[in-house]
Write a new protein. Sequence first.
Lengths: 163, 393
Amino acid sequence: MDGKDLEILQLLEENGRIPLGELAASLGLSEGEAGERIRALEAARIIRKVTAVIDWEKAGASRVSAIIDLKIAPERDFGYDKIAERIARFRQVDSLYLVSGVYDLQLLVTGKDMNEVSRFVSEQIAPMDHIREAATHIIMKIYKENGNQFFEKEGGERLPLSF
Amino acid sequence: MRQQTMRERGSARARAIPPSGIRKFFDLLLTMEDVISLGVGEPDFETPWNVSEAGIWSIEQGHTSYTSNKGLLPLRQLVAKDLLARYGVGYDPEEEIIITTGVSEAADIAVRALVDPGDEVLVAEPSYVSYSPCATLAGGKPVPVPCPEKDEFRLTPDNLAEKVTRKSRVLVMNFPNNPTGGVMGKADIDAIADLVVDHDLMVISDEVYSELTYEGRHVAVASHPELRDRTVTMNGFSKAYSMTGWRVGYLCAPKNIAELALKIHQYVMLCAPVMGQMAAIEAMKNGEQEKDAMVREYRQRRNFFVEGLNRIGLPCHLPKGAFYAFPSVAGTGLTDQEFAERFLTEKQVAVVPGSVFGGSGADHLRCAYAVSREDLGTALKRMEEFISGLVRA
């Protein structure tokens, strides 16, 4: 990892579909060298996946997401890892974090409707051993996700020509 | 006779300054749709939100009145600290720094503080378009000093020596340069210092693009020990922090000159807008990270765009600062004006003809890469089509 690799990661995080030629020229690299660096970053699992940020509501596909806070009784020898790995295996769990504060684990869970999400939490997650308390927060509106603002704003107009 | 007086009403000085060199262009552009404009002279980023919040907060807190003529002292102190840390130039925030309504105002009051009628004002060209009119309005005579491409658009002692006369009073320079992206390194400033001293010139140095320097670090003219007391340094927040509309800049000069500039400033401007000054304080305190990210982005776009220009056959030196590429159209058989006009009409891309920035900018185009990568890519494609059309024709 050097400065150029760092810039490659920043460019890809901003736009995963940036043409290789543009990326290479931006960093003063040949296309071959840039491609090689990207492959190495993928092989090292530094680039985990290239994906899209989608406004599902706009797409008309109904989805409901919720943030779930869990209090956990940690296990001897394993701490939170074992239970966290079990929870992470569920397809419905998009993200899972160990956090400081009142709760221990925070999950982002997605389902097709409110019913599916709440059934998943009450039937699959809450009854698990070591879980002492669960709080579910249904996400009602997304304003910003992964650095992308979801609300339209007018924005200022620049003069098309100026000195 | 009466009629003629009516017709000629208006001062000779105001009549002597030329109208904007891009007016015709501008009008043409406004009639067109889906134009990609590489003709903008400002960043395409919005002001970092923490900076805007500081401006909003200042209004909420009732900071809506005049400030000291010199500007808010905390801001002047931050400016002084910053100039010392970054460029090794020390200015007394109490006596030697004035917060101005953008560098535009600073240029005007600096020229007026230094120039008497009949004085010659040397202007390193190509340059931003306001210095010569400022000189004319002050009764001075602007004298262009060419900084051609073969010198990498730098000001050389030879070219300066050729234009200096006994009437020369002031040298105006702007590096990193709008429109060429040229920069003056330490050796370049050293090389002209003797001439400046020998001819007892004052230097007005517009360094508003100083933070947009892509190779090495910016060198302030006033960091040269012989030039410190001969230089008016101008800078601002517009380019480094995407704050063009806030209208905040500053002027630094040795005390005796700052006092003169302050007198003019207090009569014509009173003070820079207070909300802008409050926002600028936040920018100086907490704007570093956003600025660095912006500079990185500009550097990448520059590399991408200049590589593209050279590839499609518009030779372009690698600009070391600002956010302009200045390719040559000499090989196309068109003048810069013809190229820009036809390119706009036929391919809907606006660029600024280099000759607008002075004679030594002829046969070049100013292309701002302060636009999205997508637009830069499209502009390059259209430019390539346009040029290959010329070759066939």
